[in-house]
Design a protein around this ligand. Structure first.
Ligand code: GAR
Length: 219
């Protein structure tokens, strides 16, 4: 691990928080040079908030005020991020859409994980849709966030094979297990300075990523 100080993360969640937990473990075990400095949930009842509080993290509920008053959520979240001096915003199962001005104000400093091989299957119910389309492959994508839903420069994808007999639940579980590997991996790259944002593009190790890095999990 390098001598640089840990990258300070703000993690936004809406629910279970398993990606937050995976990230928290990677930080605590010093597998990545980062620390969770702030957790924000738009749902006060999110189980992920309990995990964060058990760990003694700065965890706040900022209840979603409705899409028409999204700016209020964003102002409160931005104030919490500034107070916690965070450097990277990590969306981990955060099921709201951030406004273009908010995203622009944090350009190149917001990552998201989505349970599909983007640009395929943005939005909800990805596993169900993958099964309905009889896809042979599935996975998850870590990408920089831009103003468009589930879009933005892709950094790393996990790929798994869809098995005969897979159900929505079995597929979701296998994809989620890969998420817990690839999200900490990308944040580690960022913490080491290997992953950068230049002029609207993702760069890894000094070269632009025209395609995401792919990690196969059941080759
Ligand atoms: C994860 O599968 C994540 O990829 C997905 O929500 C789940 C959150 O699980 N995110 C999205 O669908 C964003 N479009 P978690 O709360 O256990 O981390």
């Amino acid at each position: 691990m390098s001598a640089r100080s840990p990258l300070r993360l703000a993690v936004f969640i809406s629910g279970r928080g398993s990606n937050l937990a995976a990230l928290g473990h990677a930080c605590r075990e010093r597998r990545i040079g980062a620390e969770v400095a702030l957790v924000v949930s738009d749902r006060p009842e999110a189980p992920g908030l309990l995990i964060a509080r058990e760990w003694g993290l700065d965890a706040r509920a900022i209840p979603w005020p409705g899409a028409a008053r999204r700016a209020e959520f964003e102002q409160a979240a931005a104030a919490a991020m500034a107070a916690a001096d965070t450097q990277l915003l990590v969306l981990a199962g955060f099921m709201r859409i951030l406004s273009e001005p908010f995203v622009a104000a944090h350009a190149g400093a917001i990552l998201n994980i989505h349970p599909s091989l983007l640009p395929l299957y943005p939005g909800l119910h990805t596993h169900r849709r993958v099964l309905a389309a009889r896809e042979r492959e599935h996975g998850a994508t870590v990408h920089f966030v831009t103003g468009e839903l589930d879009n933005g420069p892709r950094v790393l994808q996990s790929k798994i094979r869809v098995r005969p007999g897979d159900t929505e639940a079995s597929l979701a579980a296998r994809v989620l297990a890969t998420e817990h590997v690839i999200y900490p991996r990308v944040i580690g790259w960022r913490a080491e300075g290997r992953l950068q944002w230049r002029a609207g593009a993702a760069w890894l190790d000094g070269a632009p990523l025209t395609e995401p890095v792919v990690e196969r999990f059941d080759a």
